[in-house]
Write a protein that binds this ligand. Sequence first.
Ligand SMILES: *[C@@H]1O[C@H](CO)[C@@H](O)[C@H](O)[C@H]1NC(C)=O
Length: 224
Amino acid sequence: MRFVLIFSWFCIYYIDMLPQIGFDNTNYISTTTEGETSRCIFGVYEYGISTKDRVFIVNRHNEYRKLISKNMVPNQPGGVDLMKMRYDSYLAIKAQQSADKCRYDYDSSCQNDSPIGQNLFMTMSASFEDKPNWTEALHSWFSQHDLYLFGGSIQTLNRHYVQMIWAKTTRIGCGYVAFPLKRGHFMFYRYYICNYLPGLNPIDVYPYKTEVMMPNTPCYEPCN
Ligand SMILES: *[C@@H]1O[C@H](CO)[C@@H](O)[C@H](O)[C@H]1NC(C)=O
C-alpha cells in the first residue's frame, strides 16, 4: 500500500532545534542539532541525505534545466538564461531541520518575504526495504510541467516544476526523514524536502527568458 503527496511553499522559517532519534548509518549525513522536544514522537526510521544522493539531486536538477535550455520539454518553450544549480549546505541544514520535525503542515509558518523556495514530496509505505528514492521525488515535481502554462498562474499543482526550472535559482539543499505513523506501526512516511535560493517569485510572470525575449545573449546550457 502506498500513497504519494507533494507540497510546495514559497518559503520557510521557524527553524527550531530538535533532537534526532534514529538510525546510525555513517553513509548518511545528518545535520540535526540537539535540542528539546522532537515532533518525531514515534521515532525516526532513517534520515539525512547520502553523498551519492546529494550529487544526484543537483545533477538531476541541472539535467532538467538543460532540457529546458534545449527546448526539449513538451509544451514548454526553450529557455536562454537558466543558471546552473549548486548544492548548498546551509539550505540543506535548514531542509533537514524541517524534515526532522516530522510534520508537513508548515505553510502556516511561512513568511512571504523569505527568499527561500521549498518543494516537498511525501510517500506512505509499508516497506522498510526501500531506500530514499530521489529519482521518484524529483520526477514527481518535474512532471508537473504538464500542468503549467508558460507565464500562467503558479499554483500548488505546478509550483514544484516552476521552482525546479526557475532561471535565477542557483542554490539547492535538501533533507529527508522516514518515520512511523504510530509507535511501532508498520506503515511509515518518507518526507523529501528541498530548499531553493532564490526561491521562485510569483511576481515575476515568467520563470525564465526565451530566445524571443532575449535574442542576443543566449546561454543554452545552464549558465555558470
Ligand atoms: C525509484 O522510483 C522510480 C519511479 O517510481 C522507479 O522506477 C525506480 O525503480 C525506483 N528505484 C528504486 C531503487 O526503487
